[in-house]
Design a binder for this molecule. Structure first.
Ligand code: PLP
Length: 393
């Protein structure tokens, strides 16, 4: 057997470890007495249109064709609908031939990285970052290079990014709105990032691709996130409907390779080849057809905004240092002791479960996923206050 894969399978991610701990505590104390903020699982229902589409499809379509294979890259009509939605929403030219349907962002990322990287190439990630990036990049045979963002707002450090790009850099992987900080990218930053990557690509005589991991695109509480293909031609979008439609278990998303990208046809072919080599062909057919009907819809994200306001204001009032998130459904809280692991361990004694930030490639913070019931936040705030009192003593 493969030693690397065995080790990976045996070592659960920190988030899964906390999830298991939480199950034990809930069995002992009751569901409502454990404040579990560890998982980024949507807490609001999918829009009615998703359930209606499923019912209509099951009732109205021939079951053999409904559940049959689609094209490897996804059903043509579905890809046309996704491409049209991109054109309409962002004004970016898109055709069905630029879209590859996937099993969510995780598959979009693994396929894109495999498609773009040769073994030994470097992929730059911005810390803090989604922990699975390390696994996905290694799977592509590439090397992860970490460039920190700038606290307290976790904005791009363009100087550090510029210094990290070299002849081996195949891609820069970004994620806005961000997990774990909730940071978003401004149009001004998008312009500067595009200009930097264009200039570097010209100087290195090869495109430095920008890979945008966008499961939280629709979860923005202020300005919408800039659509990077409009700022930089060599961009690939890795999208997922997991969070926007509250369907993470259904595994559906897409890759968009814009026609502006240098070698667009070859990259798309490489995406198809990478999908083929890893068995990521023909994304779940029922969900593909659902997406065709619901491509403009989202869950009612106002519930997350309400949670964000209550939680953020409550923690700041108690004396915690928290960056106000503009998107996604996470709060990134500074450890009052400076040690993220100590903070999370101490919080456990108050039945508060958070994820220590070293999982995200940075020390000294904890991540709170606030995609939970509003009432749970109300009930948890006194526990956070008691925790802060311990630090003040
Ligand atoms: N990228 C980021 C930043 C995420 O937070 C997640 C899931 O939480 C993923 C990718 C994977 O998303 P999916 O469920 O669509 O595979």
């Amino acid at each position: 057997m493969n030693a690397k894969m065995t080790a990976l399978g045996k070592k659960p991610s920190k988030i899964r470890e906390i999830f298991e701990y939480s199950r034990g505590r809930k069995a002992l104390l009751g569901e409502d007495n454990v404040f579990d903020f560890s998982l980024g699982n949507p807490s609001i229902p999918a829009p009615q249109s998703v359930n209606d589409a499923i019912k209509e499809l099951v009732a109205g379509r021939d079951s053999v064709s409904l559940h049959g294979y689609t094209s490897a890259q996804g059903d043509l009509g579905v890809r046309e609908a996704v491409a049209q939605s991109i054109e309409k929403r962002f004004g970016t030219p898109a055709s069905s031939d630029d879209i590859y349907m996937t099993c969510g962002a995780a598959a979009s990322l693994t396929v894109t990285l495999k498609a773009i990287c040769e073994p030994g190439d470097e992929v730059i990630v911005l810390s803090p970052y989604f922990p699975e990036y390390s696994v996905f990049i290694e799977n592509a045979g590439a090397v992860k290079i970490t460039v920190p963002t700038l606290p307290p707002d976790f904005t791009l450090d363009l100087g550090a990014l510029e210094a990290a790009i070299n002849g081996k850099t195949a891609a820069v992987l970004i994620n806005f709105p961000n997990n774990p900080t909730g940071a978003t990218l401004s149009a001004h930053e998008a312009e500067k990032l595009g200009a930097l990557l264009r200039e570097k690509s010209a100087r290195l005589s090869h495109p430095v691709y920008l890979i945008c991991d966008e499961p939280y695109r629709e979860l923005c509480y202020g300005e919408p996130s800039p659509f990077m293909p409009n700022y930089y031609e060599n961009t690939v979008i890795d999208y997922s409907f997991s969070k926007s439609l509250s369907v993470p278990g259904e595994r559906i998303g897409y890759i968009f390779v814009p026609s502006s990208a240098q070698n667009n046809r070859d990259i798309y072919a490489a995406v198809c080849g990478a999908g083929r080599s890893m068995g990521y062909v023909c994304a779940p057919s029922l969900m593909q057809y659902v997406i065709k009907n619901c491509v403009y819809d989202t869950s009612d994200i106002s519930a997350y905004d309400k949670n964000r306001t209550l939680f953020y204001n409550g923690l700041v009032e108690m004396g915690y240092t928290v960056t106000k998130p503009n998107g996604a459904f996470y709060l990134f809280v500074k450890s009052p002791s400076g040690d993220g692991n100590e903070f999370c361990e101490r919080a456990k004694k108050h039945e508060i479960l958070m994820v220590p930030s070293d999982s995200f490639g940075i020390e000294g913070y904890a991540r709170i996923a606030y995609c939970v019931k509003y009432e749970m936040i109300e009930k948890a705030l006194p526990a956070f206050a008691a925790l802060m009192e311990e630090y003040k003593k």
